[in-house]
Design a protein around this ligand. Sequence first.
Ligand SMILES: [Fe+2]
Length: 318
Amino acid sequence: MSELPKTVPATWYTSDKFIEAAKHKIYNKGWHFVSIVNAFSMHPELNDGLKEALQLDFVGNPFFGLCNVDDPYAVKSLNLRYGVYKDIVEGCTSDEEKAARIEKLEPVNHVVTEGGLVFITHERTPSQSLEDYFGNELGQFINDKDFRSRTLRRRLVYECDYNFLTFIDGYQECLHCQYTHPAFSKVYPFEFYKVDIHTNFCRHHCNPVGEQDDAGLFLYFFPSCTLNQYGGGMGIFRANPVNGNKTRMEFEYFFDGSDEEFEAYFKFARQVALEDIWLCEAAQQNLISGVYQQGLLHPKKEVGVVYYQSLVRERIMA
Ligand SMILES: [Fe+2]
């Protein structure tokens, strides 16, 4: 039994100090997946208060991207700047004044990949290129794909009462799927669910019952952002730490099809998300009560958990 991989200490799951350490040692270093370039398009139809700029903040290092993309296929880079957009443009009386204020802000180092994925790094002079950071292993999954073909249809932001580790532990395995996600498991049976580990990211895959052309593609980017293609649509989430017991969840749903088709996909995806909230908030309550100390992980069935926790441990202890 002693040879089985162990989880990170239970105290990390409820600790504000752990989040502070994660800010400096995990989130402010390396490359981070943000979204699809289409998330920075002009969205007059989205009524979420984010028409002019998409405000981002993994933890304690706010930045924003202007939503001024006209043609996502023509975009090679974005206007990403450090700061809180609404504070920066407060009191502005003209677009010229806004632009002048934004122009003075420090830009965020970022890359827009050929397929339209957006990655950023908070390192002023990146110690590694994006390709090297992902061990030159990411291209095989993203290079031949067009992520720009679907438009952003809905964005959701809300806070949940769990540590980001509690949530990612669940995302990185599908042992819980059968009993937590009955509808999802009917379409994507957990027996065919596999997690492959790569350098600083993981690829999850699963074959749906029947239609083989709708195989799910799930990319997990260390530490807490993902890109999920399944059920005919594409969703991304950013699980941003707020404190030891709180995480701000940001979802963007991309879809190509009628409103009716989108709503069906959205309902399917949201059901899975809601089931995960119930599971993770209940798990967090147990963590807070102090019942759990440290657990053992299954080296194969929880390989994704073992891997990302090893990265967390490595960075935090460095
Ligand atoms: Fe889940």
